[in-house]
Design a protein around this ligand. Structure first.
Ligand code: 5RP
Length: 228
């Protein structure tokens, strides 16, 4: 029977969560299944955890599911962060931000002792930037400057809009330029440094050296766990 790879991966990653942990709660439709699995254990009285959400969407879902939350004022470090990705390569470098939560996701991952990424098999790619445009969060004032500087790095930046054509705004009230690289990203760390050096860039969706483990869900119900 065909199963949802997102559900397989999301639920398998929840098994890494043990009693008393402080968690980073990622954003997206795969992590949603992690939240569901955690909620079931919490409601059954088998698990006590606190989670720092990486988006307003995750905050709302976690509250609905009865997962206790904490803020960055209250926790200095996290035991474990579970999050999704839009692309991940063999070095566990990632493109993230399809859901617009890249800034909070990177901040939360940066204070986690262990970061576990949950994906379906189609997200695992030999070269980043081949299946997904790289999201870059920018301060609205700086957008024209950043757009020109990004284009000089060899991509085609496109302002993200909502379904009704309005400019998309992140939870932090910034805009997103989705950057399409015709042949993918050749040198990920060099591109990350170059983007971070552009004034007006708030954060890039390139996540390098942050993930420790990868859970790939397969339609046959198998969850493949890879460690870095
Ligand atoms: C949001 C993200 C998500 O983790 C990424 O888009 C994956 O989402 P999904 O699990 O729904 O495919 O980076 O900013």
């Amino acid at each position: 029977m065909n199963q949802s790879p997102k559900e397989v991966a999301g639920r398998r990653a929840a098994e890494f969560v043990t009693d008393g942990m402080t968690l980073g709660l990622g954003t997206g439709s795969t992590v949603y299944f992690t939240l569901l699995a955690l909620s079931e254990r919490i409601r059954a009285g088998h698990l006590r955890v606190r989670g720092v959400p990486t988006s307003l969407d995750t905050e709302r879902k976690a509250l609905e599911l009865g997962i206790p939350l904490a803020t960055l004022d209250e926790v200095e470090s996290l035991d474990l962060c579970i999050d999704g990705a839009d692309e991940i390569d063999g070095d566990f470098a990632m493109v993230k931000g399809g859901g617009g939560a890249l800034l909070r996701e990177k901040v939360v991952a940066s204070i986690a002792r262990r970061v576990v990424i949950v994906v379906g098999p189609e997200k695992v790619v030999p070269r980043l930037g081949t299946t997904f445009a790289l999201p870059v969060e920018v301060a609205p004032f700086a957008r024209p400057v950043v757009r020109r500087a990004l284009a000089k790095l060899g991509c085609e930046p496109k302002l993200r809009t909502t379904r009704d054509g309005a400019t998309y705004l992140t939870d932090n009230h910034n805009e997103i330029l989705d950057c399409r690289f015709a042949s993918g990203i050749a040198d990920v760390p060099a591109l990350e440094r170059a983007i971070d050096a552009i004034p007006g860039v708030v954060e890039s969706g390139l996540f390098v050296g942050l993930a420790h483990a990868l859970v790939i869900g397969h339609p046959d119900g198998r969850a493949e766990v890879r460690q870095r």
